[in-house]
Ligand binder design. Structure first.
Ligand SMILES: *Cc1c(COP(=O)(O)O)cnc(C)c1O
Length: 375
């Protein structure tokens, strides 16, 4: 978390602990702080403050958008369109609805991880109530053709939701340009606290709430406002707006240096779209290696990376995103994701490039020995 975010949140845990729903001065102080945060979040994405609903994060925002749209449609035969590389926080609520009578189309992606807008157009049926296609992918960094897909949805009178958790604050995001009716994001991906996020709901778009209770958030999400976290989200949004252009250019340059260094390593393959992508994510597959061993070896060197894959009962389950790209198996198993951000330095990038070849060599030799694989 950015220290400026933490500092802004701190008073709201004690001295300024008013309930934003109370009439007294302390309550009104909290209300004013929530309103200020709402305005900052709205400004970051070209929305109106009343179109922002605070949630517990992007998972809740995605669930509220998807389940809320299908329930509001009152169609027992509602049809949804999404893509194979979406976050589980989109795929799982969509599958949950599909298990309860909804129809679901999960579109494939190309080798860069992009959904073809024409495939979206062809998938639309009279019963289609929602198209949900993410803006920036969290594992490979590819930016989708969300604006084109949003325009197609609008043209067909179908709601368009985009999970913009990775792109808000990293690249320009404007709800008008994207033709978004619903847009989700989360504070902790942009140097804010965990457990808070927001859903943009275009004015006039009705969704059925998934949390029923008090009339907070204009009746769209019951429950006492998480004032301190909302304040943190607001400051994170304001900082993102102020620093995005300069910061994203700096991070993209570091990412390019990392990518160039890795591309020069034997058996390396860069994943995702090489131009249209988020600045801070780099996914690389290393032939003949396995990501779990690489991650452990990197961790011992003090380098935190991720694989996006889960290890289940000894067999490495490839990430659904990497699997959807259609890479050969010898590459899929050795996929690593590196995330760069506000605190990342050039020295750290050089250090990764310096230690990785040695680790790769060791892991490949062990992997070849254990499984008899040849490079
Ligand atoms: C992290 C992430 C989520 C989930 O966000 P939470 O705030 O952890 O619920 C959803 N979608 C994408 C693309 C993400 O990167």
């Amino acid at each position: 978390m950015d220290p400026r975010v933490l500092a802004a949140m701190q008073p709201f845990f004690a001295e300024r602990f008013g309930n934003a729903g109370s009439v007294h001065g302390l309550g009104q102080d909290a209300r004013a702080a929530v309103d200020e945060a709402r305005a900052a979040v709205a400004a970051l994405m070209g929305a109106q403050p009343e179109e922002i609903v605070f949630t517990s994060g992007a998972t809740e925002a995605n669930n509220a958008a998807i389940i809320g749209t299908v329930y509001a449609s009152r169609r027992p035969d509602a049809h949804l369109i999404t893509a194979a590389t979406e976050h589980h926080a989109v795929l799982e609520p969509a599958r949950w609805l599909a298990g309860r009578g909804a129809a679901l189309t999960v579109l494939p992606v190309d080798g860069c991880g992009r959904v073809d807008p024409d495939a979206v157009r062809r998938a639309i049926r009279p019963e289609t109530v929602l198209i949900s296609i993410m803006h920036g992918n969290n594992e490979i960094g590819t930016l989708s053709l969300a604006a084109e897909i949003g325009a197609i949805a609008r043209e067909h009178g179908v709601r368009f939701h985009t999970d913009a958790t990775q792109s808000v604050g990293a690249v320009p995001v404007d709800v008008g340009d994207l033709h978004a009716d619903l847009l989700s994001f989360s504070a902790h991906k942009r140097y804010g606290p965990k457990g808070v996020g927001a859903l943009y709901v275009r004015s006039g778009v009705g969704i059925e709430p998934i949390l029923h209770g008090g009339s907070q958030e204009r009746g769209r999400r019951g429950g006492t406002e998480n004032v301190a976290s909302i304040v943190g989200l607001g400051v994170a949004a304001r900082l993102a707006e102020e620093t995005m252009a300069e910061e994203s250019a700096r991070i993209a340059a570091l990412r390019d240096r990392l990518a160039a260094g890795m591309a020069a390593m034997e058996g390396a393959h860069l994943n995702g779209h090489l131009q249209e992508r988020l600045p801070g994510i780099l996914s690389v597959s290393f032939a003949g290696a396995d990501s779990e061993s690489l991650l452990l070896a990197l961790d011992l060197e003090g380098i935190a990376a991720s694989s996006g894959s889960a290890c289940a009962s000894g067999s490495i389950e490839p990430s659904h995103v990497i699997a959807a790209l259609g890479l050969p198996d010898r590459l899929v198993a050795g996929t690593l994701r590196f995330s760069l951000g506000r605190p990342t330095t050039a020295g750290e990038i050089e250090r990764v490039l310096e230690v990785l070849p040695r680790l790769l060599d060791r892991v490949r030799r062990a992997w070849a020995g254990a499984y008899g694989f040849r490079r």
